[in-house]
Design a protein around this ligand. Sequence first.
Ligand code: SF4
Ligand code: SF4
Length: 122
Amino acid sequence: MLENSNFGFYFDSNKCQECGGKCCTGESGYIFVSPKEIQEIAEFLSIDFDTFCQNYVKKVGYRYSLLEIAQGNKIYSCIFFKDGICQIYPKRPKQCITFPFWDCYKDNIEELLKECIGVVKK
Ligand code: SF4
Ligand code: SF4
């Protein structure tokens, strides 16, 4: 169980296999990546920075987000979510690494409980 003293829940990452990556699919959203993360993911995939940006990234204001793929019925998945797993898991962005310990869930545990089976209330 992972714990963060600022949050009113624990997180059991062992549940991710059973869940099948629900946090990588769903309503359209943003999967923000920094230029440093883009560089690291590109290297992990053995492609250059520009090719990676052209194929996997969109600009959102002054930031960058990984692309999503429409699955129908207003469901989208991250472009790197394939065969039920993250294809860039060792280099996934900080946004993914820190889930579900996001500030927006500090006072909204009930909503998070609906989204993530790995979350256990303290
Ligand atoms: S929704 Fe929760 S349990 Fe499911 S893959 Fe994401 S972090 Fe793991
Ligand atoms: S980068 Fe990996 S962990 Fe993050 S949303 Fe995409 S598939 Fe999921």
